[in-house]
Design a protein around this ligand. Structure first.
Ligand code: XIL
Length: 791
């Protein structure tokens, strides 16, 4: 039963991560790798006149002209044989809108010369296909009636199957015709054509192929660095510590920049391109072109990307600052901004700096009251921003980012107090960014930085060194620094890096730029510069070598277990909180380096190379793998907030915060072939599993299995199986309902011979059919699940 629960849960997680499939695939077909969501993943932000909202592309045409947009900078499809493009188009107006697939772009001065293009869409009361073969301005047009029941929006599929082009609407075949070689170039650009006065909303776009064929999506302008295996990212890989840099897309035209960024780093943060004025230059108009290019670069180079930033006192656009908005309007603007920006990158960015630099930089280090957001929304704007960001992408880790509070100081105390308060209010925050813009004579000590990181870790927070640079005095004509200063800079970098390595909750180290050739320091601090790891010729500086050396120390090679946000859940259900004695699962990465052997009873506090503690108390383990650990919350844990920590090979990972309550009743469930979530329950005395065809009669008993018992009259040692004599029963009152009728509970306590499993023997009241069962232990109510009762 345990493994069944695990699999159910894994399936549940995978389904959540993948998101809802936008379109229906034909039987035997699959998405082209990377082609499942080409609305979000199509780099449309760089295509003129396409407005990109969270899940939609919007394209308007003026009343005078068709608006034809072809994405020549984003990904193109390279089909190997049969392929199809799926597009859900909404345009209720009568003019018509089309999916445009271009095989060859125009080669002459007129738009049609050399052009090979196919348009498919709805035009008035027909479905229409037009194609151009490059020799005439007039397309070959075909029309078909709209299939019965098909209304706006229409899910089109345009497939090339053998030598035919076949067109489907909402899954029904509409028509087909012989392909005149429209895609003989071997590639397909994606685009749309909107008739005058219409607005097209593209709700979904995807590319598919028969399973097993080798179609690819090829992003046109993507630069890929050559991997030497000796970059900082490679040296850091065993530990899981991410090595990052602030980046700007325009520099991709320099091969040295591409090589340095993709070869040395495995994390990108846009230096400016995700800030408010960049992403929402006019109210409600979003621009993701540059940041999308950075993301595409990151993906092509096997890197992750973090988001910086959503809410800040700086970089707010004039339309916002000068808009005379009311506070209520400002709240709506912040909400829309976060929804759209985080929504656009949902599932794609590992984390977000949600709020940047909200504290004043002078005593008493309260909230910066000059910020637009403070003035409009008061101190609550920080919590609100995190809640909105979490709702828009529950899988992104959310950070508060600030400067001048890296060591132990009044400012870092203020940051600590701020985030501690957020945690106590249940605000979803996962970490703190320590910017680390320093110079060799003005940098906190390694031990103070380490102590600050450690105290944040005790709150269950990660830290990132988020923007490190070490400014040096430079010769203003050459921009270079003295050898002495470069040596001092190396020591500064090494000390900060060592503090990060010494704290397992320090999960990323980022420099604010890649090379001294491009850094914000010379323009913001005239007379200073040379602040990064690579010089203006992209050669490694002493600081680079110091970090590389630090990465080669033994402790650096240690794996750091990472628990996913929300990754500690009751076993066999996704619910939280847990209670003492509950079996729980941990999801994450690097949790174990070697699979464990099957444990005996009583369960031990270590399995394979893994240990788990809850508030420092070792927990019994019964399953260990690199991505999942199953364990028991020790009975000794008191109700309240608690920290779960995994150690693998003696290396502790960052703690995850959970809530332990006195009892946490959770009925174990299974899903039957009809998709109903049923209680795992035994009919008694028949002694068989309760199913939709094996019901329990009124007056008989069902034995329902669950977790989260609460206090017991005959306590059990952690990790030990429950005894049959004497049994261990609930001390809190246990009640149950089946249907809406209260039901007599004959026994509520631990299931003999099992660890952590409880059972309730419930007498079936006079109800019949498929009915929900739900239990209460003390003041705590369980989930509900179906039982079949009556005859
Ligand atoms: C800086 C950029 O580097 C500059 O290019 C830009 O002109 C201003 O902003 N703290 C932060 C970053 O959080 O966003 C700032 O970046 C540097 C200080």
């Amino acid at each position: 039963m345990a493994m069944k629960g695990n699999r159910l849960l894994l399936f549940f997680f995978a389904a959540c991560l993948a998101g809802a499939a936008p379109l229906q695939l034909r039987s035997g077909w699959v998405y082209v790798p990377g082609g499942q969501d080409l609305v979000a993943g199509g780099l449309w932000g760089c295509v003129t006149s396409v407005n990109v909202a969270a899940d939609t592309l919007s394209i308007a045409a003026s009343s005078a002209n068709y608006n034809t947009v072809i994405n020549t900078t984003g990904p193109v499809l390279k089909p190997q044989g049969d392929f199809s493009v799926l597009a859900t188009l909404s345009d209720p107006a009568t003019g018509g809108s089309f999916l445009s697939l271009v095989g060859t772009q125009a080669t002459g001065s007129a738009y049609w010369q050399g052009l090979k293009r196919l348009d498919v869409g709805r035009s008035g009361s027909v479905i229409q296909a037009n194609y151009w073969t490059g020799t005439s301005s007039s397309p070959t047009a075909q029309t078909w009636p709209i299939p019965a029941g098909v209304t706006d929006p229409v899910a089109f599929e345009v497939a090339r199957i053998g030598t035919q082009i076949e067109i489907f609407a909402n899954g029904s075949q509409v028509g087909s015709f012989a392909d005149p070689g429209l895609f003989s170039s071997g590639q397909v650009y994606f685009g749309f054509n909107v008739s005058p006065g219409d607005t097209l909303n593209v709700l979904a776009l995807a590319a598919a192929m028969p399973s097993g064929s080798g179609d690819t999506l090829f992003a046109l302008d993507l630069q890929v660095a050559t991997r030497t295996g000796t970059g900082l990212r490679d040296l850091a890989a065993p530990s899981g510590l991410l090595i990052g840099a602030a980046a700007d897309a325009p520099y991709f035209s320099d091969p040295n920049y591409v090589q340095a960024l993709g070869g040395q780093y495995n994390l990108i943060v846009p230096e400016n391109d995700l800030k408010f004025a960049e992403t929402e230059p006019a109210q409600g108009q979003y621009s993701f072109c540059a940041a999308d290019q950075l993301l595409a670069f990151a993906q092509a180079n096997g890197m992750k990307m973090r988001g910086h930033n959503l809410v800040w006192s700086q970089n707010n656009p004039p339309w916002l600052l000068n808009g005379n908005f009311t506070s209520a309007q400002a709240a709506g603007i912040m909400q829309d901004h976060i929804n759209n920006v985080v929504g656009h990158y949902k599932g794609k960015l590992v984390d977000w700096d949600v709020v940047n630099e909200a504290l004043s930089n002078s005593a008493p280090y309260g909230l910066d009251q000059t910020s637009y957001w403070y003035q409009q929304l008061g101190s609550g704007y920080i919590d609100t921003a995190f809640q909105l960001a979490h709702a828009a992408d529950p899988n992104a880790k959310l950070f508060y980012n600030d400067y001048g509070g890296e060591g132990l100081s009044a400012k870092s105390n203020a940051i600590y107090t701020l985030v501690q308060g957020m945690i106590s209010r249940g605000v979803p925050i996962n970490g703190v960014g320590l910017e680390m813009h320093v110079n060799p004579s003005d940098v906190p000590s390694e031990s103070d930085i380490s102590a600050n990181m450690a105290r944040l870790g005790k709150l269950g927070l990660e830290v990132h060194v988020s923007e490190m640079d070490v400014a040096l005095p430079v010769n203003t004509s050459t921009g270079t620094a003295s050898a002495t200063d470069l040596a001092a800079q190396a020591t500064t970098y090494q000390n900060v890096f060592a503090a990060c390595q010494a704290n397992s909750n320090c999960t990323a180290f980022l420099t604010w730029g890649v090379t001294d050739l491009h850094s914000w320091i010379p323009s913001f601090e005239p007379g200073e510069g040379a602040a990064l790891l690579l010089d203006q010729q992209y050669n490694p500086k002493p600081a680079y070598n110091a970090i590389a050396a630090e990465l080669q120390t033994a402790s650096a090679a240690a794996e750091r277990p990472v628990i996913f946000p929300g990754g500690v859940v009751i076993h066999a259900s996704a619910s939280a909180p847990v209670s003492p004695g509950t079996l729980a699962d941990i999801y994450g990465t690097n949790l174990a380096s070697a699979p464990a052997t099957t444990p005996g009873l009583p369960l031990g506090n270590g399995l394979g190379n893994v240990q788990v503690t809850v508030n420092g108390t070792p927990a019994p383990l019964y399953y260990v793998s690199p991505g999942q650990i199953d364990f028991q919350i020790p009975y000794a844990i008191a109700p309240g907030p608690a920290l779960v920590q995994v150690s693998s090979n003696g290396n502790p990972g960052i703690s995850a915060g959970i809530t332990v309550q006195q009892a946490a009743p959770s009925i174990l469930t299974w899903t039957d072939s009809a998709g109903n979530v049923r209680a795992i329950a035994q009919n008694y005395p028949a002694d068989s599993l309760n199913t939709s065809t094996n019901c329990a009669a009124p007056g008989s008993y069902v034995i329902v299995y669950l977790m989260g018992s609460g206090p017991l009259d005959n306590p059990i040692a952690s990790g030990a199986a429950a005894l049959s004599s004497p049994v261990s029963q609930e001390t809190l009152t246990a009640t149950a309902t089946i249907g809406n009728a209260s039901a007599y509970v004959g026994f509520a306590g631990m299931a003999p011979t099992f660890v952590g499993l409880m059972q309730m023997n419930i007498q079936v009241p006079a109800v019949s059919g498929e009915q929900p069962v739900q239990v209460q232990i003390g003041s705590f109510t369980s989930n509900s699940a179906l039982l079949c009762v009556g005859q």
